[in-house]
Design a protein around this ligand. Structure first.
Ligand SMILES: Nc1ncnc2c1ncn2[C@@H]1O[C@H](COP(=O)(O)OP(=O)(O)OP(=O)(O)O)[C@@H](O)[C@H]1O
Ligand SMILES: [Mg+2]
Length: 376
């Protein structure tokens, strides 16, 4: 179903509503088709999941292939992963002429329990084995089946970092062993926790060490995003001034979800012609709407953590959180106490760590929260 706002904030809605990412799309599809597996890393809400769907859309329009998307976020074990893979396969494969029936009779042999999503009605698969080892066997069999279908298979594991905390313990090694021989399956491993993703793919001690090409997803360029926003308004016979667009891109720091979200609201409430004043006003309203939630965060943090969070927000990017200058500007107490607060805020994903040409810095993760804190 096409949304009636050209700036959707959930899901992927086809190339028309997708801004740029041309270079990334080309690199991802070329590398995958060329036989490289890819690790995709970025901040939360930057557009990894949307990019995966966009790339799958590209690939399947060009060649006969099977594209499977699996979100590992809700999974806790190999058992859950097996269920997700079987469900994704069942929703995609039976539609394929050549392999559909073969897949269904293969699946029957695995003693599946068919389920239906109470909300969407979409079919799913569950297995009820008494021995946990059977899930591992089934997962291997499913992957082997996919690998031997005679069609190229593209398989995305989104939120892949989750597998390092599976109950099974050795899930990473198990999965690595299973997928290594599968040359017809092209994998995307995507995740937002840079620290955990780096551990999985960069640590010499880990099974996935150096097994993939790493790609990170930066912000979309100001030029592309400006053009895209102007176009979408124009297509709907609406006007937005170049100054208003520049303001939105700067205010949201081009962090995709937040830019989309502000544009979505501007489109819904902004009147026929949007200038910089109305853009500013709408951004203020968005912050007011969320104020109650932001105030609750305060109770979840210590006084020190809250003060450091506010200082990081006011600063925008903090390169040296323990420097005397930063501490005294925001009256923050000791370097050690501030370091502890920064570590705690990182662990809670209230702030993130990134690098640019100047160095490594911290910023508040939720852009709206950051902009709200700045005003306090
Ligand atoms: N290129 C794009 N053009 C337009 N909208 C986009 C684009 N990329 C992402 N979006 C939108 O931005 C929002 C965030 O994107 P997405 O969910 O893909 O991010 P993510 O990196 O997967 O985040 P998370 O780590 O939280 O899963 C979504 O609403 C999506 O529709
Ligand atoms: Mg995602």
């Amino acid at each position: 179903m096409k949304p009636n706002n050209p700036f959707p904030v959930v899901g992927y809605h086809g190339p028309d509503m997708f801004c740029d990412r041309e270079k990334e799309t080309e690199r991802l599809s070329k590398n995958l088709m060329g036989g490289l597996n890819i690790t995709l890393i970025s901040l939360r809400r930057m557009g990894k999941t949307a990019l995966i769907h966009h790339v799958f859309n590209e690939i399947s329009s060009k060649k006969q292939s099977v594209c499977l998307y699996i979100d590992l976020y809700p999974t806790r074990s190999i058992k859950d992963l097996t269920r997700q893979l079987a469900t994704a396969s069942m929703n995609v494969l039976p539609r394929k002429k050549r392999t559909g029936n073969r897949f269904l009779s293969f699946l029957k042999g695995l003693r599946p329990v068919i389920t239906y999503d109470p909300l969407t009605g979409a079919p799913g698969v569950r297995f009820e084995y008494s021995d946990v080892a059977e899930y591992e066997v089934t997962l291997a069999a499913l992957l082997k089946f996919l690998g031997e279908m005679g069609t190229d298979v593209y398989l995305a594991f989104d939120e892949f970092q989750v597998i390092s905390s599976y109950e099974d313990g050795n899930a990473e090694a198990m999965l690595r062993t299973m997928i290594q021989p599968l040359t017809n399956i092209h994998f995307i491993f995507s995740g937002s926790n840079r620290h955990m993703m780096n551990e999985i793919f960069h640590s010499t001690k880990r099974p996935f060490f150096a097994s993939t090409r790493i790609m990170s997803l930066p912000v979309i360029s100001t030029e592309s995003y400006s053009r895209f926003i102007a176009e979408k308004f124009a297509e709907n016979k609406r006007k937005i001034s170049p100054e208003a667009i520049a303001f939105v891109l700067e205010w949201t720091r081009r962090h995709t979800y937040y830019t989309q979200s502000v544009c979505n609201t501007l489109f819904s409430y902004g009147g026929r012609e949007i200038d910089i004043q109305s853009a500013r006003a709408i951004c203020g309203e968005i912050l007011e709407e969320q104020e109650k939630t932001f105030l609750q965060y305060r109770h979840l943090l210590t006084v020190n953590q809250w003060q450091v969070l506010m200082a990081v927000a006011k600063e925008g990017k903090v390169y040296r959180a323990q420097s005397g200058e930063f501490l005294s500007r925001y009256s923050l107490g000791t370097p050690a106490g501030t370091k502890r607060a920064i570590d705690a805020l990182l662990a809670k994903e209230m702030i993130y760590e990134e690098s640019d040409s100047t160095g490594t810095y911290n910023s508040v993760y939720d852009l709206f929260l950051s902009r709200w804190l700045e005003r306090q």
